[in-house]
Write a protein that binds this ligand. Structure first.
Ligand code: ATP
Ligand code: MG
Length: 258
């Protein structure tokens, strides 16, 4: 399923936070969303997920504008894992993940063995099968992040939006999570700060800077030293890794002599 944003603008206190952004995510594509702190990544994801309403512009999910679709219909097709996802009540892991089934349930469709099977399967896929009964507040940051991914997967969406899903994870779990997202082969948009992970796991990248989309293309066309300097103010060299064939960015800060 495709996802499109057309001329999206979202203002706060007369300041454009998302400023005239147009993007298309093709079915089954993994799109990396880059940009410095405060550039508008989370705001854009919230517009795409219908959690915020754009001041102008529109979002299309599949063959229909988002504003013509009910919240429930959207939630069956699209899931967002937020940057600071949390849960209010003192739930256990399994209960948090069960919330992902809400859009599929209703008065005529109570909890079924199929729901149970899906919960078991997603917990296994994120490596939390042994933690079903653990209380949310006892989990580490990385464990919480994986529970939120499991909850989104339990929604069985066709489009998955992830806001910095790797920021609390150790290296192995970062690699595992991004590899898992690729294997799911959904239409996904992933906000990331790690340019090397973006180059390794994303088909295409877009870069935001002060609310605007300033670059778009394959990792090889987007991740240039000039772009990295312009957007992040950092000097870098970029080369193709002889080990995995993807681009690799090396930052060159002022370091004391080694
Ligand atoms: N509700 C709001 N009211 C006022 N300003 C806001 C609001 N939401 C976001 N902003 C501002 O909009 C800008 C973009 O915020 P956003 O969270 O989208 O950035 P981001 O690219 O996700 O940053 P980060 O990498 O730190 O997560 C920031 O300057 C932020 O302070
Ligand atoms: Mg953010």
């Amino acid at each position: 399923m495709s996802l499109e944003g057309h001329e999206l603008r979202w203002m706060k206190h007369q300041t454009p936070i998302v400023d005239d952004v147009t993007l298309t995510v093709q079915p089954h594509e993994t799109l990396g969303l880059l940009g410095p702190n405060g550039s508008g990544k989370s705001s854009l994801l919230q517009l795409l997920a219908s959690l915020r309403t754009p001041d102008t512009g529109r979002v299309r999910l599949g063959d229909m504008p988002l504003r013509h679709q009910s919240r429930r219909r959207i939630a069956r097709r699209l899931a967002l894992v937020e940057q600071h996802a949390t849960t209010e009540a003192d739930l256990c892991v399994e209960e948090v993940v069960q919330l992902g089934r809400t859009p599929h349930r209703g008065p005529l469709r109570p909890w079924q063995p199929e729901d149970e099977r899906i919960i078991r399967q997603v917990l296994e896929r994120v490596g939390l099968a042994g933690m079903r009964r653990r209380r949310w507040h006892t989990l580490s940051g990385g464990e919480r992040q994986r529970v939120q991914l499991a909850r989104a997967m339990a929604q069985q969406p066709e489009v998955l939006l992830l806001d910095e899903p790797t920021n609390h994870l150790d290296i192995q779990h970062q690699l595992d999570l991004l590899a898992l997202i690729r294997r799911l082969a959904l239409t996904s948009v992933i906000a990331l700060h790690d340019l090397n992970l973006a180059a390794m796991f994303c088909d295409r990248l877009i870069v935001m800077h002060r609310g605007q989309l300033v670059a778009e293309g394959t990792p090889a066309t987007v991740l240039t030293p000039a772009l990295i300097h312009e957007v992040y103010g950092v000097t870098a060299v970029v080369e193709r890794s002889p080990h995995h064939g993807r681009l690799q960015v090396h930052y060159l800060p002022d370091l004391p002599p080694a």
